[in-house]
Design a protein around this ligand. Structure first.
Ligand code: CIR
Length: 252
C-alpha cells in the first residue's frame, strides 16, 4: 500500500519540453486542471500528496517519476538520460530524503524512473534511449542489496518501459503488442492493448484501484475482467508531451 505521493505541477514553459508527439502544443490551463484531478484521485485512494511548485527552466519536471526509484527501504536518485532533464533530481532529493535513505545512480549510468516497474520483490528495468546498460546494472545492484531481483528488458518501442508495460494486479500485465509474449513476463497473464489504444498501457495501479487514461474503451472492457475498481482520468495534455499517469508521481 502507498501512503504518500510526490508530484509537481507543470510550469509556464511546459510546452517547451521534450516530445515525439505530433499532437498540438499542450494547453497549460487544462494541464493544470488535469493535474488537480490526478492529485485528488490519489488523495481519494488514501495517499498524502505533496505538490511541488513548478521548476523554472525544467519544462519536463512535472514528470517527477523519472527522477527516482522508490522502494519500501530506499529511494534511488536517478540520472535522467536526457541532458535537459538531468538536474531535475536536485529538487526531488529534498522531498524524498524526508521519507527514505537515498542512493544514487552515478555517471556514466543513466536511468529514468519511467523505465522501472516493480512487482513485489521483482523489478523490471528497461534499457531504452534514456536508461543505459550501466544505469540498469547499478540499479539492479542497489536493489539486490535490499533483497530484490531484477530482470533487464530492452525497450525497442515507446519512450519508456512503462509506456508499454504495467502491472495491473491479479498476476496480470497490461502490455502493448510489442511486449506481448516477452519471456521476462511469461509468468504473468497478459492483457494486450487493442490496436490504436497503445497509450492505455500506461495504466496505474494504486492501492487496489486501476487508474487509466480516459478515451480507451476497448482496453477498459479488457481491464474490467480483473474485477478491480477502475477510475478514468483525462491526461490529454500530458500525452502531448509523451507523458501519462505513471510519470506524474512518485509513489511511496
Ligand atoms: C520526456 O520526454 O522526458 C517527457 N516529455 C516525458 C516523460 C514521461 N515520463 C514517463 O513516462 N515516466
Amino acid at each position: 500500500m502507498f501512503s504518500h505521493a510526490i508530484t509537481r505541477i507543470p510550469g509556464p514553459d511546459y510546452s517547451k519540453g521534450l516530445t515525439t508527439s505530433t499532437l498540438p502544443a499542450p494547453d497549460l490551463e487544462l494541464a493544470l486542471r488535469q493535474h488537480g484531478a490526478y492529485v485528488r484521485c490519489l488523495e481519494s485512494l488514501g495517499l498524502t500528496v505533496e505538490v511541488l511548485p513548478a521548476a523554472p527552466g525544467f519544462p519536463d519536471a512535472c514528470f517527477v517519476e523519472d527522477t527516482a526509484v522508490v522502494t519500501r527501504e530506499i529511494a534511488v536518485i536517478s540520472r535522467p538520460g536526457a541532458p535537459s532533464r538531468r538536474d531535475e533530481i536536485l529538487s526531488t532529493i529534498g522531498p524524498l530524503s524526508a521519507h527514505r535513505p537515498l542512493a544514487r545512480i552515478e555517471d556514466p549510468g543513466t536511468l529514468d524512473g519511467g523505465d522501472i516497474l516493480q512487482v513485489e520483490k521483482r523489478f523490471f528495468i528497461g534499457v531504452s534511449d534514456r536508461t543505459n546498460e550501466e544505469g540498469a546494472r547499478q540499479l539492479a545492484a542497489i536493489l539486490a542489496g535490499h533483497g530484490y531481483e531484477s530482470s533487464i528488458i530492452k525497450v525497442a518501442a515507446g519512450l519508456h518501459l512503462k509506456s508499454s508495460l504495467n502491472f495491473v494486479g491479479e498476476n496480470t500485465m497490461l502490455v502493448t503488442r510489442d511486449f506481448a509474449g516477452h519471456p521476462a513476463i511469461s509468468n504473468f497473464r497478459q492483457i494486450i492493448c487493442p490496436e490504436g489504444e497503445e497509450y492505455a498501457a500506461n495504466t496505474l495501479l494504486v492501492n487496489g484501484t486501476l487508474i487509466m487514461p480516459t478515451g480507451y474503451p476497448r482496453t477498459r472492457v479488457l481491464l474490467e475482467s480483473l474485477s478491480l475498481p477502475i477510475v478514468e482520468l483525462d491526461t490529454s495534455e500530458y500525452r502531448k508531451m509523451d507523458g501519462g499517469l505513471t510519470c506524474l508521481s512518485l509513489r511511496l
